[in-house]
Design a protein around this ligand. Structure first.
Ligand SMILES: [Zn+2]
Length: 210
């Protein structure tokens, strides 16, 4: 991807995540695969709502940072592991959207779906066990092979896409679902779609979305 456009895209998505409350203070991180050799990622300790396009560190696929670049996000190795595992992925977001994160703290398994359009965007969700930041990279390798959305227990959400925009759609869609599930719980109970309903949606998705 063109580097100037990639830098602008990361700044734009960072502002959206911050202003919608998905990544407050210095939480969350974003990356784009520039080529088979390099990744652009947000710097550590920075607010996603206040990124400077020219200050995003460029990192090699083995994790080397050029001299003079800012220190990359502490979640760099999780991002690099995912780019190694999934050659179709070109954008990754990690954030702490409050409803999805709240459900992850409450032990929600996300193994059933209650909203058809969200299911079409998000697909099946994998829930990772709680881990300290140093252990997160090794937890993503297996589930990311079959899922685009990972919920991290007591932590937050990680989404991937063929583009950063697609990763962002998945993040927003999961948060909308988590919000709606929370409202449904307050007002009664969640009425989930059946496995047969989900299979029909899988077929619909193949025909209309690909
Ligand atoms: Zn986090």
């Amino acid at each position: 991807m063109d580097e100037v456009l990639a830098r602008k895209e990361i700044v734009k998505i960072g502002e959206r995540l911050y202003h919608h409350g998905y990544a407050l203070a210095n939480g969350g991180n974003i990356s784009i695969r520039l080529s088979s050799r390099e990744v652009l990622i947000t710097p550590t300790g920075e607010c996603l709502g206040d990124l400077a396009a020219e200050e995003l560190p460029k990192v090699s696929m083995s994790g080397k940072v050029k001299p003079g670049e800012r220190r990359p996000s502490a979640e760099l190795m999780s991002h690099l592991n995912i780019y190694h595992e999934r050659t179709d992925v070109n954008g990754i977001i990690h954030a702490h959207p409050p409803y999805a994160t709240g459900l992850a703290i409450a032990g929600e398994t996300f193994d059933k779906f209650a909203h058809p359009e969200t299911y079409c965007v998000v697909g099946r969700v994998a829930v990772l066990p709680y881990a300290t930041p140093d252990d997160n990279p090794k937890l993503v390798n297996e589930p990311i092979q079959h899922h685009d959305v990972l919920v991290m227990t007591n932590h937050g959400v990680l989404t991937v896409g063929t583009t950063l925009k697609q990763a962002h759609f998945k993040m927003e869609s999961l948060e909308m679902l988590a919000h709606a599930m929370t409202v449904a719980k307050i007002h009664g109970a969640i009425h989930y779609l059946s496995e047969a309903d989900l299979k029909l949606l899988d077929e619909f998705k193949k025909r209309h979305i690909g």
